[in-house]
Design a protein around this ligand. Structure first.
Ligand code: CS2
Length: 477
């Protein structure tokens, strides 16, 4: 079967929506680190709309680690299919990528980051990709950061690349690019700024000051449920298109990008493509992380213990659905202050409703990845604030205990999990007292939670239920 490409585009069936803009007019204005499924389904789909009326913002997709996606994009002239999975499914070809840079193409990446046409860089490298320590600051003990300090001209980390790129621009007298972090972290822009300034400071104080003073790192909230593209999905796309598409992605219809307003003379009109620009994104960011992602991780760890496979399956388990609904409305909502323009209860209901979409097969196992990186933002900040305010943590302890039980099951079965702390977690989970050993993992729980007797007691008690396969009483809370 031939590939999707500019040549095969014309022969696609009429049911597949084609790009509205002429791809030969597109110039590269954005460099994106981490062109995984989420980026291709979310940001690139929005930029594709922007390109309809402004050709300056084509995206160069950069993969620092594995070349699978960038190779597919190169072979397909940057084109791929976005399938919106809904009661009325639809498919559309996205043509937002004007370039693709894989591992080993550092010279080209360096040149691109220094191009005057490139005025924005963006990233979706997942939480662990930023090499942050438990307190959210740059982890100088991380092997990639240690490497970047020794060889700043050939960085390994995304932080190293951003700093090198900004350093070249400063040396050339060019204005910096704006750096937009699009990962699920509280204060994502501020964290990325602090990390870049810290790395630069260790190399060149002048560059660190310039980055701190001149570079925009707006915070953002990104949202769209994007299940991984499995073989069955890719086969379905090939059947619909009549050509093969190795970079196809699927997502729900709902999509949202709330971005802190930043100054850029003659910049892109992102609002015209559907981005919400606001002066204060923190409230949205926190509500989304704690409600949507907090509920997701809870469904994942508790749902896997109950033998479920997908988010839809877990939401069809009445006891679990009831538990998560109370967790979200009572415990998580109580931790959120008022957010201008957002009705928290209605937002929570809308999120839970999105989880009930029967067309979406979103694997709990996918959400369960990288728990050590996700839980702090998703559930543990909420828990710490509940303790500080004297509220109960009995329900909040349940997903934490479920995570510990998940780690123990996996370690006992000899299955390696996807998590940068996998080895530490497996050793703790199989120790004689897994709750104490896990709560002592400092980058995840920090001293405050690890030392709190109420929290420890609640997690210990909930964990016993998971260990004895007696989860039902917990879900009645
Ligand atoms: C999910 C997120 O995989 C996960 O951990 O919770 O990818 C979630 O689907 C997105 O943040 C939704 O916007």
């Amino acid at each position: 079967m031939t590939n999707l490409s500019r040549t095969s585009l014309a022969a696609l069936p009429d049911t597949i929506a084609r790009p509205r803009h002429a791809s030969d007019a597109i110039r590269t204005g954005i460099v994106h680190f981490g062109p995984g499924a989420f980026h291709r389904a979310h940001q690139a789909a929005i930029v594709d709309r922007l390109l309809d009326h402004d050709p300056r913002w084509g995206i160069a997709a950069v993969s620092l680690r594995s070349g699978g996606t960038t190779d597919a994009l190169k072979a397909q002239d940057g084109l791929y299919t976005l399938a919106v999975i809904d009661r009325e499914p639809s498919m559309r070809v996205i043509a937002a990528h004007s370039d693709a840079i894989g591992p080993g193409e550092g010279v080209r990446l360096r040149a691109l980051l220094a191009s005057p046409d490139v005025r924005i860089a963006t990233s979706t490298v997942t939480e662990k990709g930023y090499c942050l320590a438990g307190d959210g600051s740059l982890d100088f003990a991380h092997p990639d950061i240690a490497h970047d300090l020794k060889r700043p001209a050939e960085p390994a980390s995304v932080i190293g690349w951003i700093v090198a790129g900004l350093g070249d621009r400063r040396a050339a007298g060019l204005p910096p690019f704006a750096m937009l972090c699009c990962d699920n972290m509280t204060g994502n822009g501020a964290k990325l700024r602090a990390a870049c300034v810290a790395l630069a400071r260790a190399q060149d104080a002048g560059l660190a000051d310039w980055i701190a003073g001149e570079v925009a790192f707006p915070d953002s909230m990104v949202d769209s449920i994007t299940p991984a593209s499995d073989a069955a999905f890719l086969a379905k796309v090939a059947t619909e298109l009549g050509v093969e598409d190795k970079a196809a992605v699927q997502r729900e219809r709902f999509t949202q990008w709330v971005l802190q307003r930043f100054d850029m003379a003659d910049g892109p009109d992102l609002a015209s493509a559907g981005v919400t620009l606001t002066s204060d994104v923190r409230g949205y960011e926190q509500a989304k992380l704690r409600i949507l992602n907090g509920a997701h991780s809870s469904l994942a760890y508790i749902g896997l213990a109950r033998g479920h496979e997908t988010v839809f399956d877990a939401m069809s388990d009445a006891a679990l659905e009831g538990f998560v609904t109370r967790l979200v409305h009572q415990d998580i909502a109580a931790s959120l202050g008022a957010v201008e323009g957002l009705d928290i209860a209605a937002y929570a209901d809308a999120v839970l409703d999105r989880f009930r979409n029967p067309e979406i097969r979103h694997l709990l196992a996918q959400i369960a990845w990288d728990g050590s990186q996700k839980l702090p933002y998703r559930l543990l900040d909420t828990t710490r604030e509940a303790l500080d305010a004297g509220r109960s943590v009995d329900r909040l302890a349940v997903p934490v205990a479920a995570w510990i039980a998940f780690l123990r099951r996996k370690a006992e079965a000899g299955e390696k999990i996807t998590d940068p702390l996998a080895e530490t977690l497996a050793a703790a989970a199989t120790s004689g007292d897994p709750v104490t050993a896990l709560l002592a993992v400092e980058p995840v729980f920090g001293a405050r939670l690890a030392g709190d007797e109420r929290f420890r007691g609640a997690v210990r008690e909930a964990f016993q239920h998971f260990a004895h396969g007696d989860v039902a009483p917990l879900l009645g809370r």
